[in-house]
Ligand binder design. Structure first.
Ligand code: URA
Length: 196
């Protein structure tokens, strides 16, 4: 069970992120723990100004214990680099920390059991911009009502946090015509990060 993750001055953010990661690795709160190879807490430095949040680990991520390392991850990471970030200066994570078998969509019970980990990570990271990738992170972090096709590319401020919703990179693999919009959205997120 996760304890208190208020960002206390005497706690080192890197240690706090590592503590959450070890709790994720030990988590048995939902049935996905029984089928995972590795839990995937997410990765990136505590001082990351931008955070990318996807849906859930897929097969490659489950095997490696790292987020976005499969085909859609390669597209995401390449676009991140081409937008002008170094991969090691951004944080990449997911709504769910364990792979749903057959890459099924996350179900509400799984999201409910897992969401406190992501929320705790975000309290520690306090990024300038959170880029939501696809509908699951959009609906969890911004609003359950919003549709990705309507809202993508528009920045939203909610409870003092800036968000930039965009497509999930798997969507770009399925429909390459959307790639310019995806690139545009990441460039907008970068500009927002650089705004004082
Ligand atoms: N899709 C996601 O949403 N997350 C990953 O980590 C990989 C693929």
């Amino acid at each position: 069970m996760v304890g208190c993750y208020t960002n206390r001055m005497h706690d080192v953010p890197a240690d706090m992120l590592a503590k959450i990661a070890s709790e994720i690795h030990a988590c048995t709160a939902c049935p996905l723990h029984a089928t995972r190879t590795h839990a995937v807490p997410g990765e990136g430095p505590p001082e990351a100004r931008v955070v990318f949040i996807g849906e859930a680990p897929g097969g490659d991520e489950d095997l490696q214990g790292r987020p976005f390392v499969g085909r859609s991850g390669q597209l995401l990471r390449k676009t991140i680099r081409e937008t002008g970030w170094r991969e090691d200066e951004v944080f990449i994570g997911n709504v769910l920390k364990c792979r749903p078998p057959n890459n099924a969509d996350p179900v509400p019970e799984q999201v409910e059991a897992c969401r406190h980990f992501l929320m705790a990570q975000l309290v520690i990271l306090r990024p300038k911009v959170i880029v939501t990738l696809g509908r699951h992170s959009l609906n969890l972090l911004i609003s359950p009502e919003l549709k990705i096709t309507k809202i993508r590319g528009q920045h939203i401020k909610k409870n003092g946090q800036l968000y930039l919703p965009t497509y999930h990179p798997a969507m770009i693999l399925r429909n390459a015509r959307l790639e310019p919009e995806f690139r545009h959205d990441l460039a907008k997120a970068k500009a927002l990060c650089e705004r004082s």
